[in-house]
Design a binder for this molecule. Structure first.
Ligand code: GUN
Length: 296
């Protein structure tokens, strides 16, 4: 079997077209959805993500501002910046790019963002709402994974989804999203992590296998059942002197071997990555709709 390639770029483009219409409707009401991104320091991967977010926002007609603070900015300065954005009615969404420098408490900063403007869905109040299945901004990467599955014809309903990785950004919220008794969810979930004795044993039982470990080629072909759907959330930079930047991006799965076994697989790049930015835009549009009384 040669796997169908699930293109995140294509699904993202479809959603961004829908968002353009929603932004236009808001603008007719005199509301321009606006996103504030806070970037502390100049970590190259973070700079590249933030650039993609700004470009994506502009393309669908949203307003976006990136506030840049130096890597040695005091925690108090970051909190003050968030406080100002919380109080500024112009902004519907606030995103503080992670990771933050070590001297700054990520938990403190995230908890300081107003839950209504928390378009990352990382605030403890929104984490709780997501687990309870209540309406709230859902974390962008796992929400993007769900949308990509549903819109590509691989509805998780009734399926066994094995998630490798228990991070707060991907593994845990993806569990919360896919376990709900809702359309596009209703799955049986197994979570594997560094404490799991034999990941392959569980992974081979997956109808849908999600790799979110942050380790290049951690998932090998022997860990995948024939006909499974494989979603690769990994974005790892590996040295490659043949590339202009000196590195290339690889995922967490052995793509070349697994594509001969799986029914469908996401590539890296061009898979989950474009979906993450798109869901951030969706969360910001939704926050603006809620404020304008247009939300469902
Ligand atoms: N760094 C890597 N992924 C993310 C994300 O989804 N949100 C934020 N704020 N930072 C990140």
């Amino acid at each position: 079997m040669t796997a169908k390639i699930i293109s995140g770029t294509e699904v993202a483009a479809q959603i961004r077209e829908e968002l353009k219409g929603r932004v236009a409707k808001l603008k007719e009401k005199g509301v321009t959805p606006a996103l504030a991104v806070v970037l502390v320091g100049e970590d190259p991967a973070s700079v590249s993500y933030v650039t993609a977010k700004a470009k994506g926002a502009e393309e669908i007609g949203m307003h976006e501002e990136t506030l840049r603070l130096p890597a040695d900015a005091a925690e108090e300065k970051v909190l003050q910046t968030v406080d100002k954005l919380n109080k500024d009615p112009k902004f519907h969404g606030i995103l503080v790019q992670l990771p933050l420098p070590k001297h700054i408490s990520t938990d403190k900063v995230i908890s300081f963002i107003s839950p209504e403007k928390d378009v990352d869905g990382f605030h403890p109040v929104n984490v709780g709402r997501a687990l309870r299945g209540e309406p709230c901004p859902l974390p962008c990467t796992p929400h993007g994974v769900q949308q990509m599955l549903v819109r590509s014809g691989y509805d998780p309903d009734g399926k066994h989804v094995v998630i490798c990785g228990r991070s707060n950004i991907v593994g845990k919220p993806l569990t919360a999203i896919l376990m709900q008794k809702k359309k596009g969810a209703n799955a049986t979930i197994t979570i594997c992590h560094t404490g799991t004795k034999d990941i392959g044993y569980y992974a081979r039982q997956a109808d849908i296998l999600v790799a979110a470990m942050g380790v290049p080629k951690a998932i090998t072909a022997d860990m995948v059942r024939d006909g499974a759907v494989v979603i690769d959330v990994g974005v790892n930079r590996v040295e490659d002197k043949t590339k202009e930047k000196g590195f290339r991006l690889v995922g967490d799965v052995d793509f070349d071997a697994i594509k001969e076994k799986a029914a469908a697989i996401t590539p890296v790049p061009g898979g989950v990555g474009p979906m993450t930015v798109t869901m951030l835009l969706m969360n910001t549009v939704e926050a603006a709709e809620r404020k304008a009384g247009l939300a469902k």
